[in-house]
Design a protein around this ligand. Sequence first.
Ligand SMILES: Nc1ncnc2c1ncn2[C@@H]1O[C@H](COP(=O)(O)OP(=O)(O)OP(=O)(O)O)[C@@H](O)[C@H]1O
Ligand SMILES: [Mg+2]
Length: 383
Amino acid sequence: MNAPGHQVAHKFYAGNMKDAGFLRSVIEKEKPDCIVPEIEAINLDMLFDLEKEGYNVIPNAMATYTAMQRERIRELISKKAEVETSKYLYASSLDELKDACEKLGYPCWVKAIMDSSGHGSSFVKGPGDVEKAYEKAKNEARGSGEKIIVEEHIPFDIEVTELAVRHYDEDGKIVTSFPRPVGHYQTRGGDYHSSWQMAEVSEKAEKSIYEAAKKITGALGGTGLFGCELFVKDDKVYGNECSPRPHDTGMVTFVSHQTGYSEAALHVRAITGLPVPTEERLGYNVVPMLSPAATHVVLSPYEGWDPAIRNLWKGFNTKGISFMFFGKPEAHTNRRMGIVLATADKVKDAKLKAEKATHFIEMKTRQSPEWKGQTDKEKHLIQ
Ligand SMILES: Nc1ncnc2c1ncn2[C@@H]1O[C@H](COP(=O)(O)OP(=O)(O)OP(=O)(O)O)[C@@H](O)[C@H]1O
Ligand SMILES: [Mg+2]
């Protein structure tokens, strides 16, 4: 109940997405032209069954199944798509984990196979951190947490999301088009904090980004927009993971692209068979941008119901700033309540504007009536 999407949907049903009976009852009642799974915690057996019965699952049941789990998506990226990833090993016990960390060297990353948004993941600086990382991966994993992945740390120059879109061309053939790479940074070990377009990468890296995204999304198949998370180091591109749907960092396209070409609109175009007109760039079909742009998340400083917001005036009074609030009725500490979007002539100025406008904002809730702003300035341009 109260999911942000309800505010814009014509209809909604609230229920348990793992419950096969619930899913089937809604689908048989609505007879949808396509089924677009928007979350990973969903009954996959039911998706496979529905696909077999002729329903159009976006992008397809197998891609949804693969992308939701670290081992499956990792194997797809490195083996099926043949895109380079960080070196990695699996472990099922503390001893195996210690071994794997030694083999890959420090620092490294220890992650539960089944998790999301950084739960169950640790950045391991040395042998002394391994046991704690093991406990975390075991305890915070979503679903059965017996298997752990250890990854070599890539000291990347920048991390990007490539919002590759697989859609039909005039001849009914599936082709891939590419919004310009989105740069972003994560805080607290895996929460998107700010994103911008275009990412500051060389033309050589940009081409490698399109090529890697083409291979990864080709291996996943189907139509729709995907969020390929990639690391860029010295113009070399490493695959990390890929969402078979629009990506949170891609919300920047709501202002960097023309209306009807945002990541969400491109997803709809691809799914419904509408065209995606592009321009040629570096030998690829690229979605044109209107302006350099950036986003910054608005996080709640508090727990509590009925969040209120103030100090928007300064932001509204800045050229190129807009806000999106998600209308969530309940706040949690560091819950994403909205985003600030900014455009400017240069991407750096857009980032700076978005940061400034965000840090003016103050919030309170029923339970915490003191106004408070966002103070975390890790990796920011403003200090
Ligand atoms: N091998 C690595 N080398 C360097 N940085 C890494 C590595 N693995 C993860 N990170 C950093 O941690 C972040 C989160 O990792 P990852 O995307 O694998 O986890 P996640 O839990 O799926 O996060 P989210 O759900 O927010 O995408 C990455 O975006 C990156 O900044
Ligand atoms: Mg990620």
